[in-house]
Write a new protein. Structure first.
Length: 475
């Protein structure tokens, strides 16, 4: 999706195609720009994980350099090159059979691949096999790996890390060489296909755009000419936000993929049994699910809520000069972001609480806490998005990959760490009471819950203040 915006829809790319620049050279430059620019957040996460991993096992500084250069970078290049190669082929196919038929085929193929992956790999069975050995989960469980997983890059990555800890350097070199070789082959294949297909697929994109563009005004429920239940100013702003979002294909395509992943996640959770009579393990499992839901909301907010101000573009002066309260514009954006995110958040929380449905107090407090957490995360992204707004950048994906977005993501991660630190011991005490009949005072539980609610409220107030002040700056 990111490559589609930079390799095809970019005005800069269109300009360079009018110059005497070799098509392959342009492709290489745009690919590298796209690769490093869009990978900033992922790189920060990987760096944090590596530092924690290396610190825990007291690994030397050479471990970080070798892992980043010879494992992480090739791993990312495999994904990036395969994605861009698939994009060029899809654009070429779309030029022949049409964009709708291509999208339908893509969705069907994507769902089929995901289903096949879960059938072949079966993560639930793998976790069940490992948990049979609890608490001795630091053994080597390679014999539980499904045969199909040995052909995947992530398997080679973790195998290299594991054998590095065991001092088996031959296995480390073998897995690293395999990962590096496959990455080199994928990148080479991408360049060979780009030499032949990139310019042709770009021409196909121009043809598709020419066929889809129309001078007709928006019609239907969100037509500006249609009467609304809301007063005129509110109705116009809501419709503006709607068309501002759906005018960019990368927005609704990315949203559709995320919704599909949420549906798959919810379906898998309903079939996954995480119940256990071990207090520590139950606490860890609960917090993992809780924080994963919060992390998913963080990712969605960073992708769609953070760019909400920047996508206004240079035409935002029309809104600023109109007889309308800027506070109203801000709070309407917040409300439109809150409703769908909260719905998705509560669905995820209900699904993840199914295995502990008999712990009603945990369920009720979890659902209530998740509302405040979601509100805090949305407030953080909208506020910083207004503060770091770039009205000259027309690509929302680039906005959500900017330095300001990375800083926002790091603050969100710090907030999630705060949640874990506050909730761990009260939850552990509660599950000890349930499974081991150890006396437990509910005071600690409610004090921790109050700290989370107060902390989330402070986050909301601070970042809303930042966002409102930023919107009132000179445009």
């Amino acid at each position: 999706i990111v490559s589609y915006a930079t390799l095809y829809r970019s005005k800069e790319t269109e300009y360079f195609f009018t110059k005497p620049i070799p098509h392959l050279s342009l492709f290489i430059i745009k690919f590298l720009d796209n690769f490093f620019y869009s990978s900033t957040t992922l790189f920060m996460i990987a760096l944090a994980v590596l530092f924690g991993y290396g610190r825990y096992f007291n690994l030397p500084w050479t471990f970080y350099v070798n892992t980043l250069m010879f494992l992480f970078l090739p791993f990312m290049l495999i994904a990036a090159s395969l994605g861009v190669t698939a994009l060029m082929v899809l654009m070429k196919i779309a030029g022949r059979i049409g964009i709708k038929a291509t999208l339908i085929s893509l969705v069907v193929g994507y769902v089929g691949v995901v289903i096949a992956y879960f059938k072949l790999i079966n993560p639930a069975k793998l976790v069940t096999g490992v948990m049979q050995h609890f608490p001795y989960t630091d053994q080597y469980f390679g014999f539980l790996d499904p045969p199909a997983s040995t052909y995947l890059p992530n398997h080679w990555f973790v195998e290299a890390l594991y054998w590095n800890l065991k001092g088996e350097m031959w296995n480390v070199v073998a897995n690293t060489a395999l990962l590096f070789t496959v990455a080199l082959c994928c990148v080479t294949l991408m360049f060979l296909i780009a030499r032949k297909l990139y310019y042709q697929s770009w021409l196909a994109f121009l043809d598709l755009r020419a066929r889809s563009e129309t001078n007709a005004t928006a019609t239907g429920f969100f037509s500006f000419a249609r009467k609304s239940l809301f007063e005129p100013q509110t109705a116009v702003l809501i419709k503006k936000e709607f068309w501002q979002f759906f005018r960019e294909p990368s927005q609704w395509i990315h949203l559709a993929i995320i919704m599909l992943l949420i549906i798959i996640f919810v379906a898998s959770i309903f079939q996954f049994q995480l119940g256990t009579n071990q207090p520590y393990l139950q606490t860890v499992l609960y917090l993992v699910m809780f924080v994963f839901n919060a992390f998913l909301i963080t990712s969605v907010s960073l992708r769609f809520v953070y760019p909400m101000m920047s996508v206004e573009g240079l035409s935002f002066w029309k809104v600023r000069s109109a007889p309308i309260s800027i506070n109203k514009v801000y709070w309407l954006k917040f409300l439109l972001a809150v409703i769908p995110v909260l719905v998705a958040n509560e669905i995820l929380m209900i699904a993840s609480h199914r295995t502990i449905a008999h712990h009603q107090m945990i369920i009720l407090t979890g659902l209530m806490t998740s509302v405040f957490v979601a509100l805090a995360i949305i407030s953080m992204n909208l506020g910083t998005g207004a503060f770091f707004a770039d009205y000259r950048e027309t690509n929302p994906i680039k906005v959500s990959s900017s330095q300001g977005a990375t800083l926002t993501f790091l603050m969100s991660i710090a907030y999630l760490v705060f949640l874990i630190a506050i909730l761990f011991f009260p939850l552990f005490g509660y599950f000890q009471m349930v499974f081991k009949n150890i006396p437990y005072s509910s005071t600690m539980f409610f004090v921790s819950l109050g700290m989370v609610l107060i902390g989330s409220t402070i986050v909301m107030i601070v970042f809303h203040s930042i966002g409102l002040k930023a919107m009132k700056r000179d445009f």
